[in-house]
Design a protein around this ligand. Structure first.
Ligand SMILES: [Zn+2]
Length: 60
């Protein structure tokens, strides 16, 4: 686990790792903001900050 600054919560949080098969997503544990999402062997799908890709999975 690593600590990251969440731009939504505006504070440093412990990033949460979600693994779905080959896909790895790192999110904010408090608001669900996606820091980075990537597929093993394929590369980055979504990186935090910009909203070029809205390919996030909302787990609610
Ligand atoms: Zn957050």
């Amino acid at each position: 686990m690593a600590r990251r600054y969440c731009p939504v919560c505006k504070k440093v949080v412990e990033e949460k790792l979600i693994k779905e098969g080959k896909r790895v997503t790192k999110v904010c544990p408090e608001c669900g903001h996606v820091f980075i999402s990537y597929e093993i062997g394929k590369g980055i799908i979504e990186s935090g900050g910009g909203n070029k890709f809205e390919e996030r999975t909302v787990l609610k």
